[in-house]
Design a protein around this ligand. Structure first.
Ligand SMILES: O=C(O)CCC(=O)C(=O)O
Ligand SMILES: [Fe+2]
Length: 364
């Protein structure tokens, strides 16, 4: 795979007082870099420091997707029950035996790599877009103009449904991405049918009420370049995602940690698995029964990490509120106010990314 050589004049912008790198990649590749610049120095909250691998007695839930279709009635019922428990207790699970070919997953990760390896000026074509509904947004950190501390991450976010968009380069990106997005949309919608049933709702309840025929699907590809002092920088700070589910894959380099029972759990994954994160709108719809998972991405000094998140979300105009079937005024009143998905996304974009700070704003 071709790699770009940093070119100081092309990849840096000078302001009155400092030089700003346009991407962490160009910063990480600059020969003079030996330590993390102060603008990236992230102070971890000491309360957050308990980091561990999963406990054998409480393993990360694994869902065998094929049993939803080809299992015996008992196996199917158990899988739906397991899905519900995973959403309730972890807000996170891994999916095996799913419908997305391994070769397509690998091809997509390769294309993401190839995109980040384009010349910076080619990627900058998509930079500067600010609105959550801009079809393609390339950038660095989270919201670089607002972040108090910058995150060690470059990203591209692409809206792929209800309308499909794609960068024109690299040449094979569009076709690979279109197929990958179709397959992951199908996977996400089927998982949501099982999740609907686990809540005691009709299988198509979430699909119908969240208007998934016109649902928003976004892919967010993240590049975490090697960092000279990984303990001092953060790839993505603790946060939960908007949307219903986030289907995540990575390039074989670990870095994702999920918060479970007040501990940060390192997630390692086999190449053919999807890491599925319950996201804020599923928590709202289930009136808090299912919890969106707080997660973060740490960085390494050895390898470049790629992660590719596929967000399956309600249509932009859907007002998401707790399902009336799951609430009653006396014993289980609605715990969240309804909000249009589009407004929620805007709220997330204009807030500092920390924990569940956005979700807390719609909590009653
Ligand atoms: O890189 C990761 O594993 C996490 C990425 C993430 O949290 C996101 O894109 O929302
Ligand atoms: Fe996330």
């Amino acid at each position: 795979m071709a790699s770009t050589t940093p070119d100081a004049s092309q990849n840096q912008e000078s302001t009155k007082n400092s030089i700003i790198f346009r991407s962490v990649k160009t910063l990480a590749e600059s020969p003079e870099l030996t330590s993390v610049p102060s603008s990236y120095t992230y102070a971890t909250n000491p309360d957050d420091e308990l980091v561990t691998d999963p406990d054998d007695d409480d393993p990360i839930p694994v869902i065998d997707y094929s049993l939803l279709f080809t299992g015996t009635p008992d196996q199917r019922a158990k899988t739906i029950h397991d899905l519900g428990r995973a959403c309730e207790e972890w807000g996170f699970f891994m999916v095996i035996n799913h419908s997305v070919p391994k070769s397509l997953m690998e091809k997509m990760v390769d294309q993401v790599f190839a995109f980040f390896n384009l010349k910076e000026e080619d990627k900058q074509e998509y930079a500067g877009n600010k609105n959550v509904t801009d079809p393609i947004r390339y950038g660095t950190s989270f919201n670089a103009s607002m972040d108090r501390v910058k995150f060690w991450r470059d990203f591209i976010k692409i809206i792929v449904h209800p309308e499909f968009h794609s960068p024109d380069k690299p040449p094979a990106f569009r076709d690979t991405c279109e197929e990958y997005c179709r397959k992951t949309r199908e996977l996400g919608r089927e998982l949501l049918k099982g999740i609907s049933e686990s809540l005691g709702l009709e299988a198509d309840y979430i699909d119908r009420t969240m208007n998934l025929d016109h649902g928003l699907q976004i892919i967010a590809a993240n590049l975490y370049s090697p960092c000279p002092q990984p303990d001092l920088a953060m790839g993505m700070p603790p946060h939960s995602d908007h949307g219903l589910l986030n289907l995540l894959i990575q390039n074989g380099v670990c870095g994702l940690q999920v918060l479970h029972n007040k501990k940060w759990i390192n997630v390692s994954s086999a190449p053919n698995r999807f890491l599925v994160l319950v996201s804020d709108h599923l928590e709202i719809l289930s009136n808090g029964k299912y919890k969106s998972v707080v997660h973060r991405a740490v960085v390494s000094n050895k390898a470049t990490r790629i992660s590719l998140a596929t967000v399956i979300a309600p249509s932009l105009d859907t007002v998401v509120e707790p399902a009336s079937e799951l609430t009653d005024n006396q014993t289980n009143p609605a715990a969240y106010v309804g909000m249009k998905h589009k407004d929620y996304m805007e709220l997330q974009r204009t807030n500092h990314l920390y924990g569940k700070s956005v979700l807390n704003q719609v909590k009653i």
